[in-house]
Design a protein. Structure first.
Length: 429
């Protein structure tokens, strides 16, 4: 007798295994609020361990202060000129095991991590991270920009690669604790308009070879300098991706911020830069859908072919092909609220052939890339299969009009020129 295939609750075979597993874990995380370890729970996997284990809890943070005179703060240019990322005095770490849950997090002096050579992260890419900045405002205050979105996205990325979940609000509190500790020294009040970069990460640390969900993990958070990359001379130039390489695909993990998204793209990026281009415009499928510019979201402003209406167009999120960027989301929201009579915001699939056609018909107005690292960076050219597309740079040759306008709004929120709920003020120590 042939054994019947497992059925879903709806009575049909559940073939979307990864999507279902992720949905179940996110749902469980919300219900359990970081305090359980059930079959799909946030602290691990069903393995016979107790049902209730310690969750990530920022209130248990222990602090071990570094010697404040041990390291001097370099100027921005010096800090960004070498081959090593310069981090602040402290970092946050927190260990997790499937048997004991989350330990008490530590804020301690910045320094090396210790891993066994057989650690899961070194062999099976069980690693995810986030990237956000904190800013010294022109009003003297320290601010984060929408850190709740980064914390929620990191939870999704963590669960996508079978690492332990947590309450995003607790991660946000730990980020704020690090900023509060190091902000006064490393982003002093005499440097208004400056920023530092925050990198939270979770890695699988179980020292056992074998393709399996890690039973040990480490959360850590660092703060560092990062170069300003939003204003390259003459705008960013893009080279479309080669036909033999795809950065992300539907059914993959392009929507999660995992390290495996980035390493495989470096070879093509290096080749593009050797040819004089700053980043790859990644295309997807035989249709050549435009997805991302490097690791940033990509926007184009053009006049619609049918209506002539001015549109701000970017790739959609519903197919889980690209990252739900915090900068992307903020641009879309601001444009809808502040430019409703000027720009129609369109989130849809569109092809490189549509861009070529719009260029040939003189309908392209401007384009830009957007992300935490590059912020909002004007795009001046795209090269595709021997064809060059020149993107207008109407504002004194530096940026498009709408690129500059949206970028200005965002900077005002980040640096306190505009008091806005997205700009979270941090009380520094």
């Amino acid at each position: 007798m042939t054994q019947a295939a497992p059925k879903s609750h709806a009575g049909e075979q559940d073939v979307d295994l990864t999507a279902s597993a992720l949905d179940h874990r996110i749902e469980a995380n919300g219900k359990l609020n970081g305090h359980a370890n059930g079959p799909n729970g946030v602290n691990g996997h069903a393995n016979g361990h107790p049902a209730t284990l310690p969750a990530l809890d920022a209130s248990k943070l222990t602090v071990h202060t570094a010697d404040p005179t041990a390291r001097e703060v370099p100027d921005e240019a010096t800090a960004c000129s070498g081959n090593e990322t310069i981090c602040t005095d402290h970092m946050v770490t927190c260990k997790w095991t499937v048997a004991a849950g989350w330990e008490a997090p530590e804020l301690k002096p910045y320094g090396p991590l210790t891993l066994m050579p057989t650690a899961s992260v070194l062999h099976y890419a069980t690693e995810c991270f986030e990237g956000l900045k904190f800013f010294r405002g022109f009003d003297g205050k320290l601010r984060l920009f929408r850190p709740d979105l980064n914390a929620r996205r990191m939870l999704m990325s963590t669960l996508r690669i079978a690492l332990p979940g947590f309450d995003p609000k607790e991660l946000e509190k730990l980020i704020i604790a690090l900023v509060a500790k190091d902000g006064r020294k490393w982003l002093p009040r005499d440097r208004p308009g400056s920023f530092l970069y925050i990198r939270p990460a979770v890695i699988g640390t179980q020292p056992q070879l074998g393709v399996q969900a890690p039973k040990e993990a480490l959360l850590f958070i660092t703060a560092s300098f990062m170069p300003r990359m939003d204003s390259p001379a003459g705008g960013m130039k893009l080279h479309t991706s080669p036909e033999d390489m795809v950065r992300a695909w539907v059914g993959g993990f392009g929507y999660a911020k995992v390290g495996a998204n980035y390493g495989p793209s470096l070879l093509a990026t290096a080749e593009a830069r050797a040819r004089g281009y700053g980043q790859i415009l990644w295309l997807y499928g035989p249709e050549g859908y435009c997805t991302e510019a490097g690791a940033s979201n990509f926007f184009v402003v053009w006049r619609a072919k049918d209506s002539g209406k001015l549109q701000l167009v970017t790739a959609p999120l519903d197919d889980k092909l690209i990252l739900d960027g915090v900068t992307r989301r903020s641009i879309v929201e601001l444009a809808k609220i502040r430019l409703p009579s000027e720009l129609e915001v369109v989130e849809r699939r569109y092809t490189i052939d549509e861009i070529l056609e719009a260029d040939g018909e003189g309908r392209i107005v401007e384009a830009f890339a957007a992300g935490t690292a590059f912020f909002i960076c004007p795009v001046s050219a795209i090269h595709h299969r021997g064809k060059d597309i020149t993107i207008p740079m109407s504002k004194t040759g530096e940026s498009g009009l709408y690129t500059a306008k949206i970028k200005g709004w965002m900077k005002d929120i980040m640096y306190g020129n505009e008091q806005h709920e997205w700009g979270v003020v941090v009380d520094e120590e």
